[in-house]
Write a protein of this length. Structure first.
Length: 752
């Protein structure tokens, strides 16, 4: 059996959270299928075995009474949609406006006796009938479709409530006393004992329909706004690109659609244009504005050899860029994919809501029937009993429960994407609540990660320039960051000599023959042990002094003796100290983890405000996992922040893995949170935003549960009429969505 496959189906016809639960159950009944259906995004994320085809999944959804559509192929033209979300919103708006126009006079006639002319009730029937039938048709249709498949949803409750009020009124008009000329009626918001065959509830049928349509329309608009951040991401990319296609790829520009761009193509980016895809600058120098993608407001200077990201904007000179990643492999595509995955998932708190929603509607129908029977049994007239039962049906719609999590996730993850914070899934939100320790990998996280030579100290009688030249020649053959820095410094003064017999010694150092001399560069202990070299006291004193300042000494030996120390420094990022302080304010304990020696690590820790006892130094790459596990064994709930390939195991081991987006793909893949900006402030923002999103989800769920628990008894005991019930039910859904939309105003800490 092959590896499981995944597909995202677009689901049509869902009108409430119960519909999403029903579709999810149907899909999950298939062997080997794991499906998550998101009501807010109208999508199903399905993992299925290779024994099934995507078309089989579509058939299951359609057999349940809904529509399903497979995603269009990446290289195909966009298919013409028969019913897009904007069109659905327009249709809902038209239905709502017509219902408002017809309902308003019905409510006035029913509630104000002075307006009740002779046979007014027949005018009310004429006006309310289109509302109760056509206006409420989406509810009636959905209720019938679900009934055919042996299930009930919130549409069933609405349809039953509207139909009961309307059909009672028709019966009272044609077969009771309500149709008599001169009949007067005063409608109260609460049920009144003693009403009977002369009472009609046309204003209830019309007003409840209008209230719920209004709630659905506002909900649909809010849902579209909540997904606007993701749509903005999708719209960021360039549409076409000027590719150099002449001989040697450099003489003629040809404009092509960006989806035809291939890895290795060279393309031109002029000032003000978007960079078409991820690549490497080959010609030109400019400043790149990445604020729309990373949230970082300051443009970054780039030149030949620098990496650039697709969808960022060239605000300076002309650039020639060679494409390194295209299509679904670009950083923008990966960001979009991560955001979509997060929005399609479910937090544990939402799973409880789903279980409640699945059994809620049948229970409500039983409660409504019991309300009707009990009122009649205690001697109430049919009108009073029906009013209470209809109020139960209307007030209990669990729409707010279904919207509580997905709308908050839509807004929270979308806002995070705008700020360069990518949340892998809703379970991550809950993890941020529990962490109490943040392990910070020093290089590239707290510091810039770019080593530079700050000093060269030579032994008495030796030449510093010669020492740097010999070391640079050997280090030039290595790709280690320290080696790159040494080689770069040596190249500034002279051309590097060739090296023979180069050898790298497992992170301890490198060696080779330069100008006939055996040269070794690396750790002092390794040189003393393997090369039998000894360091002069002058060099030992100098190295100790530089180490106390947080610098890293690299020892250089030739002709059997240690003759120089090259001092390198990895500068602390300007925002690291303030960010560490803010992490403490969030109740977190910062821990510095590094492979550097204890003195260097201690100097960096002191500079950013990390306690000396919270420094773990001289840790080899494989020891990072052990360091995280040791903290966990002491009872800490650990978040790990890193950016390198060797951080990936520790990121996966930690309770919460946070990867700097400036790091490697391996680290990003292993993490729960990805930060597009390489700034420690973004760690603070990620935790704050995650906690704010989870807090919003819990607040939404509390409101939805509390609303139903409090309102159902009021309706059953006749203390809540159908008019108030319809308005309150619509308000609860709108409240949940608008509460989620507050996350759009989340501000980064640094900008607060």
């Amino acid at each position: 059996m092959g590896a499981p496959r995944t597909v995202d189906l677009e689901i049509g016809g869902m009108t409430c959270a119960s519909c999403a639960t029903r579709v999810e159950k149907k899909l999950n009944r298939l062997e080997g299928v794991a499906a998550t259906v998101n009501y807010a995004t109208a999508k199903a994320h399905v993992t299925y075995p290779d024994a099934l085809a995507p078309e089989d999944l579509v058939q299951v959804v359609e057999a349940a009474g809904y529509h399903a559509q497979l995603p269009a192929p990446v290289d195909s033209e966009p298919a013409e949609q028969t019913s897009s979300p904007p069109d659905a919103t327009v249709s809902l708006r038209q239905r709502l406006y017509a219902s408002i126009a017809l309902t308003a006079p019905v409510v006035l006639l029913s509630m104000v006796p002075a307006l009740q002319f002779t046979n007014w009730q027949w005018a009310a029937l004429t006006l309310s009938s289109p509302v109760a039938v056509w206006g409420a048709w989406p509810f009636h249709r959905a209720a019938w479709v679900n009934l055919r498949h042996g299930t009930v949803t919130m549409d069933t409750l609405v349809s039953l409530g509207v139909s009961a009020a309307y059909l009672w009124s028709v019966w009272a008009l044609f077969l009771g006393d309500a149709g008599m000329p001169g009949m007067k009626m005063t409608v109260t918001l609460l049920p009144v004992q003693g009403s009977g065959q002369h009472e009609i509830y046309l204003e209830v049928a019309a007003a409840v329909t209008t209230f719920i349509l209004a709630g659905r329309y506002l909900e649909a608009r809010a849902k579209r706004r909540s997904g606007a951040a993701l749509q903005a991401l999708l719209d960021l990319g360039a549409k076409d690109v000027a590719v150099l296609t002449g001989p040697g790829g450099s003489t003629r520009e040809t404009h092509i659609p960006v989806d035809r761009l291939a890895v290795g193509d060279r393309f031109v980016v002029r000032p003000g244009e978007k960079i078409a895809t991820d690549g490497i600058v080959e010609e030109g120098a400019s400043a790149i504005d990445a604020s729309l993608l990373t949230g970082e407001p300051v443009p970054v200077e780039v030149g030949p050899g620098d990496a650039v990201t697709g969808a960022t904007i060239n605000v300076g000179g002309r650039l020639v860029v060679r494409a390194t990643r295209v299509g679904t492999e670009t950083q923008l595509a990966q960001i979009t994919r991560l955001v979509e995955q997060a929005q399609s998932g479910k937090a544990d708190v939402q799973r409880l809501a789903d279980r409640v929603s699945a059994v809620f509607v049948p229970i409500v129908i039983l409660i409504a029937l019991a309300t009707l029977v009990v009122w009649l049994a205690v001697g109430a007239d049919g009108g009073t009993a029906l009013t209470a039962a209809v109020a139960v049906l209307i007030i209990a719609c669990p729409c707010a429960l279904g919207l509580a999590t997905p709308t908050a996730l839509l807004v929270g993850t979308g806002r995070g994407a705008q700020l360069g914070v990518l949340i892998r899934g809703p379970q991550v939100l809950e993890s941020t609540r529990h962490i109490d320790t943040v392990v910070l990998d020093k290089t590239g996280t707290v510091t810039t990660g770019r080593m530079a030579v700050s000093a060269v100290v030579a032994a008495p009688g030796e030449d510093r320039a010669r020492a740097l030249a010999l070391a640079g020649a050997v280090e030039h053959a290595s790709g280690h960051p320290i080696a790159v820095a040494v080689a770069a410094a040596a190249q500034q003064d002279r051309e590097l000599a060739p090296v023979d017999g180069f050898d790298s010694h497992d992170g301890r150092g490198v060696s080779g023959v330069v100008d006939g001399r055996a040269v070794a560069v690396g750790r002092r202990g390794w040189l003393e042990q393997e090369w039998s070299a000894r360091a002069p006291s002058e060099l030992l004193d100098a190295a100790q002094e530089w180490e106390s300042r947080g610098s890293t000494p690299v020892w250089v030996a030739w002709d059997g003796a240690i003759r120089a120390v090259i001092v390198l420094a990895d500068t602390v990022k300007p925002t690291s100290a303030a960010a560490v302080q803010e992490l403490r304010a969030l109740g977190l304990r910062p821990v510095l983890l590094t492979g550097d020696n204890a003195r260097t690590a201690g100097a960096v820790a002191a500079e950013v405000g990390i306690d000396a006892q919270d420094v773990i130094a001289e840790v080899l790459p494989e020891g990072k996992v052990e360091a995280v596990q040791e903290l966990q064994a002491r009872g800490a709930v650990v978040a790990m922040v890193g950016d390198g390939t060797n951080d990936a195991p520790a990121l996966a081991t930690a309770d919460l893995g946070i990867a700097m987006g400036t790091g490697t793909d391996v680290a990003i893949e292993a993490a729960d949170l990805t930060l597009v900006r390489g700034d420690l402030w973004s760690v603070v923002d990620a935790i704050r935003l995650s906690r704010a999103t989870l807090g919003t989800i819990k607040g939404n769920l509390f409101w939805a549960f509390a609303y139903n628990v409090a309102a159902l008894p009021l309706a059953a005991f006749g203390l809540l009429g159908p008019l108030i019930a319809g308005a309150a039910m619509a308000f609860s859904s709108v409240f949940v969505v608008t509460n989620s939309l507050r996350l759009r105003r989340f501000r980064p800490t640094a900008a607060a």
